[in-house]
Design a protein around this ligand. Sequence first.
Ligand code: FRU
Length: 474
Amino acid sequence: MLYEANQYIKANKDKVNSQYRLNYHLMGQCGWINDPNGFIHYKDKYHLFYQHNPYDAVPGLMYWGHAVSDDLIKWNYLPIALAPDKPYDKDGCFSGSSMEANGRLYLMYTGHVVDGGDQRETQCLAYSDDAINFAKYKGNPVISIEQIPNEASKKDFRDPRVFKRNGKYYVVIGSNDGKGKGQVLIYTSLDMLHWAFLRAVGAEKNMGNNCECPDMFRLQDRDVLIVSLQYLNEEKPYNSSVYAIGHFDESVGDFIFDRCFPLDYGFDFYAPQTTEDVSSRRIIVAWMNEWGSENPTYSLGHNWAGAMTLPREVLLKDGMLCFKPVDEIKTYRRNEFSMENIEFEGERNLDAYGDSYEIEASFDARSATEFGLKLRTGYGEETILSYNRAKKIFSFDRNKSGIGPKGEKHTEVELDDNVLTIRAFVDKCSVEVFINDGRKVMTGRIYPSKDSKGIRIFSRGACKLLSLKKWDIA
Ligand code: FRU
């Protein structure tokens, strides 16, 4: 199956339509991708695996695609790492993580099996010494259905995130309590082969009706739990990836926390995963889509769907997480465009345009009631990033962005001395907005016409553009 899938990709990767292919974000070579998996800095390279159905631009039988990078921006593809070719993973090698031990690279993933409508999920291991060819462990699964505690669903048990603390391994796994409450299960092991259940965490908090893709890590002197929630409420059925800052008590495997906050306030950010690199940066990357959302690259027959967000550094500021695109992106800046100290009112076209760029703008709100940027304008299309001063609300409006999914997302933002700073990354069919130094982030996919490349500033009431810089990213 592995060989066939790799052959299929070779034969079909040049048949994808390039119209919406991104320039500086990771995608699959063809077919469908979703969650980032096994993110790790291993032997001087970043490895990112991903949920992958190479055969069609829709979800299907899941493989693990594999890409490698020196700088988190330019990725090279490696052969598919895992195929669903064993009885215990025959309906999909679902999401999971990685770990280096004695120089070896281990992948821990979910074997997904569906028999007559009955779904069973177990945790499995694979390993490699060259980080290209992976062998599945003969004793798989390493966590079986029998090891699921009574207080947890026997069906939803997936996405193991393994980590190490003080010589012991721990794994957090997505689950629910069987009665409609999402929770995370925590197990421990000395060798990654034999696991003992410790605790179920979070069912008493509001964690949707099921948890997927948990992650846990230390940041400064705090512990952070990340988790993707299904069906948080009717308004947010999907796309609720959240974090909680708390304390992980290793002795009993408990995570003590108060509440969860969204990681991203936009449309398309799900199943994020983090890793720490040699410079001790904690880096997060997510699937830049959401379940249930329309994918024009599928409906138009472009033969691909799905992309990853820009890798972002995770920082702790005033007790909250904040996010910064990894600095490596700056080495890809070309053709600087810059403006300064412009008093304006109404709407203006900038003498700059593009479909793959970074833009950084700071506005002094003066007496403006609403102001901001319009991106990818032209042919009646525009993607609006705006700030409403009375409501203290920042909005990302993609109702007129082109074809594809629509909608408007909002988040509360406080100005700093009446100043708003926006750093946005535009790439063919995506926009990622970092507001006020990444204290809030909004991510969304957009599908404008290819010549809608204009950039505008606008304001209702007098406003001052303190500075604006734009670089093509190439
Ligand atoms: C999250 C998820 C995971 C699962 C994977 C399957 O997006 O549903 O829970 O392992 O996708 O592709």
